[in-house]
Design a protein around this ligand. Structure first.
Ligand code: ADP
Length: 261
């Protein structure tokens, strides 16, 4: 998607001066970022720069210390009524979170459930979809991530790469508008990284809106519409993969890229 086309649309995610502190430590120091529908944004930066915290704020696993984040036209965590801000109810937060799929470094599948049931479980429990139908959809999703033949396997019978692909299918089962990936390949043996990136590439090509925290520079170069480099809780620079990865403007970005390449 061209930048021009993106700008005309309403952002799916809009962060304005997002601040997060843990105690006295400020880990996000005013993040401004917009992600448009269908965009793939890769977040790069050294360990501790606040990337995971930013994803967790979007998904409401943490609460903002300051600033605002919108998903679609809704403020995250708070709601404005008659000019006053109120904290959202737990049910409302759960509803907001259901719009977002998140994939973690560790796959966290239910160990006592087959791949198929791992994928079908949330639609049954949360969306009250009849189990037979949820399992049908789950099988389609497993086919999409290349694991139809492994539907009846338990997590312990699957490789790390296969487990992560099940985790992606599980997130997709809730039909999210937005997918957040937090270093989805960094716990994998190197030979298993490619199969997970391939699924993510397919998802991107299908138009899914994605924010991906990753050290996979090759993936960012090929798949990202935009690359955002963070350091010390701020966005140091952002731009097209070509701008940020080939022609970084900031010394901090250059130093980071030299280290990870
Ligand atoms: P990144 O994903 O870029 O590695 P993180 O968002 O995980 O960075 O962490 C940013 C900083 O916030 C780190 O210094 C980390 O130690 C700190 N941090 C993250 N979560 C917590 C927490 N729950 N309590 C205290 N400090 C935290």
């Amino acid at each position: 998607m061209s930048a021009g086309a993106a700008e005309k649309r309403t952002p799916l995610v809009r962060s304005v001066n997002a601040i997060k502190s843990f105690g006295d430590t400020r880990v996000l120091d005013g993040i401004d970022l917009e992600v448009h529908p269908g965009e793939v944004v890769c977040l790069l930066g050294p360990s501790g720069s606040g990337k995971t915290t930013f994803l967790r704020l979007i998904n409401q696993m943490e609460t903002l210390t300051g600033g605002r984040i919108w998903v679609g036209d809704e403020l995250v965590g708070i709601v404005e009524r008659k000019g006053r801000l109120h904290r959202r109810t737990d049910a409302d937060i759960a509803r907001q979170r259901a719009r977002i799929g998140m994939v973690f470094q560790r796959f966290n599948l239910f160990p006592h459930m087959t791949a198929l049931d791992n994928v079908a479980e949330a639609p049954v429990q949360v969306k009250r979809i009849p189990r037979a139908r949820a399992r049908e959809s789950a099988l389609e999703l497993l086919a999409m991530v290349g694991l139809a033949e492994r539907a009846d396997f338990y997590p312990s019978q699957l490789s790390g790469g296969q487990q992560q692909r099940v985790a992606i299918a599980r997130a997709l089962a809730m039909e999210p508008e937005l997918m957040l990936f937090d270093e989805p390949t960094s716990a994998l043996d190197p030979e298993l990284v490619g199969e997970v990136l391939e699924v993510m590439r397919t998802l991107a090509a299908e138009g899914m809106t994605m924010i991906v925290v990753t050290h996979e520079i090759g993936f960012a170069r090929q798949v990202a519409d935009r690359v955002v480099f963070m350091d010390g809780g701020v966005v140091v620079e952002e731009g097209t993969p070509d701008q940020v990865l080939r022609h970084p403007r900031h010394e901090r970005t250059r130093a980071f890229l030299d280290r990870v390449r």
